[in-house]
Design a protein around this ligand. Structure first.
Ligand code: CUA
Length: 155
């Protein structure tokens, strides 16, 4: 079979790109420990209200300046609706859904994850500035999607 020279160049280019992308993804996963946010833990989505710690969602202080925040997302709200932490705090968010796919995003921070029923999403952020941060659902989840929000007060 004869393959035209220019076609061969393009095939080589395409193959090289594929190899480069795979190398980048593998390096990020193995060396930097990048993983999808939902890998942490699974949960029975029909028993969220009975499963600790999601039976009592809210903020827990784990050390000075370190908090864990457990959230349940359901149409069309987040529980807790509001948390308050001191400025400089590192907060690790654990979020699960009691019904459908939601989003969990605090704009202008690194906090942005999908919330998939059956999984616990985990994301951390250090709040270095005071203010009221809006926490929004950024995954279309139904007619009240645009009203699904909560807030993080940093004092
Ligand atoms: Cu929940 Cu959109």
């Amino acid at each position: 079979m004869h393959v035209h020279r220019q076609e061969r160049i393009w095939m080589t280019f395409g193959l090289a790109m594929l190899v480069i992308f795979l190398a980048v993804i593998t390096t990020a996963a193995v060396v930097d420990g990048f993983v999808p946010p939902s890998h942490v833990q699974s949960i029975d989505p029909t028993k969220v209200a009975q499963t600790p710690p999601f039976d009592h969602p809210g903020l827990r202080k784990v050390a000075d300046g370190a908090y864990e925040a457990y959230y349940v997302a359901r149409i069309f709200s987040f529980t807790p609706a509001s948390i308050e932490v001191p400025v400089g705090s590192r907060v690790t968010f654990y979020v699960t859904s009691a019904d459908v796919e939601h989003g969990f995003s605090i704009p202008e921070t690194g906090v942005n994850t999908m919330v998939t029923p059956g999984w616990v999403s985990q994301v951390s952020h250090t709040f270095k500035e005071r203010g009221t941060f809006l926490l929004v659902c950024n995954e279309y989840c139904g007619s009240g999607h645009h009203m699904m929000a909560a807030k993080v007060e940093v004092k």
